[in-house]
Design a protein around this ligand. Structure first.
Ligand code: DUC
Ligand code: ZN
Ligand code: ZN
Length: 485
């Protein structure tokens, strides 16, 4: 067998095993994993290193306008470069529909942004803000193209599609084996809180966190799951930030509903006290759902280690701390007018490795699941997320001993701050591959603009999940006559 590359002497990690092995790569694929593999045009010494599946970043905002028209600082070049430096071989940003826009137009727009620029493999989740009959009719064509997941919002007036809109989308998604993702916060609770704070003149960033109560997330998660259960559709709850929300997810998931969920490093590393930073600093920590407290961090870690979450995603939403981003409406804009989100695509995995594996909160197998293999399974990336023959040679070689202090320079994004600045990290990716191409090696970018490929994804696999049967849909069996729901 001729190998293009052999990674030798490393420790390979899968979700269930950690073992010494060499990895043989040919034609962009892993073709052998064995105790000793001779040959190879290139031999990479991985002695003392961990050989892991390349990360899959399943939640990030790249070259995306927010509903209020603010463009992210990262395009598909800088965003994918930053992802690659953070040990990711593949990412799935959002392609966002704005109201009135056809889905064909949305996809063409994002193809134009991604294809010439991405240095790593990519796909999109489609954001649907306007589930009109014409838009619902377009969805089968989107699934056929391999875009098998989309996100909807229960909050923001320009995005919220309402419960009936969600039921329509969940139903179409179920028909096609697609996965609906949801941003779950109760819109009316948030707007009511905003009005009260505005009336009292409380508009500094710290009130952002208080304006989006934990109960707003918990109520919306509960409602979203009820809607999904009614039609027995698969649902992925994004960026869970509360103990109560995680508990609902856990209860429903382990009762057999088709529920998936993620949390994000910012909810583990930061708290609402960060919004109290002086001057314009607090605005850097505005994200939704908002940062919480130390008790919540402990609870979320417990849920991570006990299997409530499929993945830990960055929710990289890069808005610079200047007039192009956070301060489009001025330096002293009230918090509802400050762009919502923070960067973190390069820090997701180093943070999870250092805090999680390094401090004994999760195992190496958990790290592989949370960083890559679960996202591959849930989002239909069937050739990714594993170090095994037949899979894409998407590999990250980690030095578990390398220590770094986080600074902006090591993010390689287009941002002017990192919320993780100054943190001590132990464990760092030394070499990252996508399809057998070395994309980052010892701090140097090796990948070329536009070398990433669009990946057509498979439908969501819920075969092992019993799901939920609503009795009201068994009209014929129970009541002797048919009603088409
Ligand atoms: N939701 C996200 O997922 N990211 C940024 C802002 C938001 O509301
Ligand atoms: Zn969201
Ligand atoms: Zn997001």
């Amino acid at each position: 067998m001729q190998y293009d590359t052999v990674i030798h002497g490393g420790t390979v990690v899968t979700p269930h095993e950690t073992f010494k092995a060499d990895v043989g790569i040919a034609g962009g694929k892993i073709v052998a994993v064995a105790e000793h593999i001779p040959g190879g045009e290139r031999r990479i010494d991985a002695g003392g290193r961990l050989v892991l599946p390349g990360g899959i970043e399943a939640h990030c905002h790249i070259a995306q306008e927010s509903s209020s028209g603010v463009m992210t600082a990262d395009d598909y070049y800088s965003g994918s470069v930053s992802a690659a430096f953070g040990a990711n071989s593949c990412f799935v940003p959002f392609a966002a529909q704005h109201r009135g826009q056809s889905i064909a137009d949305v996809i063409a727009t994002y193809d134009g942004r991604a294809a010439p620029n991405s240095v790593i493999d990519y796909s999109y989740h489609l954001i649907i803000s306007d589930p009109s009959p014409a838009v619902l009719d377009e969805l089968p064509g989107v699934f056929a193209r391999g875009i098998t997941s989309f996100k909807v919002f229960m909050t923001y007036d320009l995005m919220n599609i309402g419960d009936a809109g969600m039921l329509d989308i969940l139903t179409v998604a179920k028909t096609h084996g697609a996965l609906t993702m949801v941003h779950a916060e109760n819109n009316e609770m948030v707007k009511w809180m905003n009005r009260r704070f505005a009336q009292a003149g409380l508009t500094e960033p710290r009130y952002h966190a208080l304006s989006r109560p934990e109960l707003a997330e918990e109520e919306a998660i509960n409602r979203a799951i009820s809607l999904a259960k009614l039609v027995d559709a698969a649902l992925f709850i994004v960026h869970v930030s509360t103990r109560g929300g995680a508990e609902i997810v856990r209860r429903e998931k382990f009762a057999g509903s088709k529920i998936f969920a993620e949390t994000c490093p910012q909810y583990l590393a930061l708290t609402r006290a960060d919004l109290d930073r002086p001057g314009t600093e607090g605005a850097k920590y505005i994200c939704s759902p908002p940062l919480r407290d130390h008790e919540t961090q402990d609870a979320l870690w417990q849920h991570i280690r006990s299997g409530t979450f499929e993945s830990v995603s960055s929710d990289h939403a890069p808005y610079r701390a200047d007039a192009s981003g956070k301060f489009l409406n001025g330096l002293d804009a009230p918090y509802p007018k400050i762009a919502n989100g923070m960067p973190g695509i390069a820090m997701r995995l180093p943070y999870l490795f250092s805090e999680g594996v390094g401090k004994g909160k999760i195992t190496l197998g958990d790290f592989v699941r949370l960083s890559s293999s679960n996202a591959a399974r849930v989002f239909g990336l069937d050739r990714k997320g594993a170090i095994a023959p037949g899979f894409d040679a998407d590999i990250a070689i980690w030095n578990p001993e390398e220590s770094r202090k986080v600074d902006l320079h090591m993010q390689h994004d287009n941002m002017d701050y990192t919320p993780f600045e100054g943190m001590d990290i132990r464990g760092w990716p030394e070499l990252v591959m996508n399809n057998g191409r070395t994309i980052v090696e010892k701090g140097v970018l090796k990948a070329g603009r536009g070398e990433g490929r669009f990946i057509a994804r498979k439908p969501v696999d819920t075969g092992a999940m019993p799901g939920h049967r609503a009795v009201e849909f068994e009209v014929a069996a129970r009541y002797g006559h048919e009603v088409a729901p």
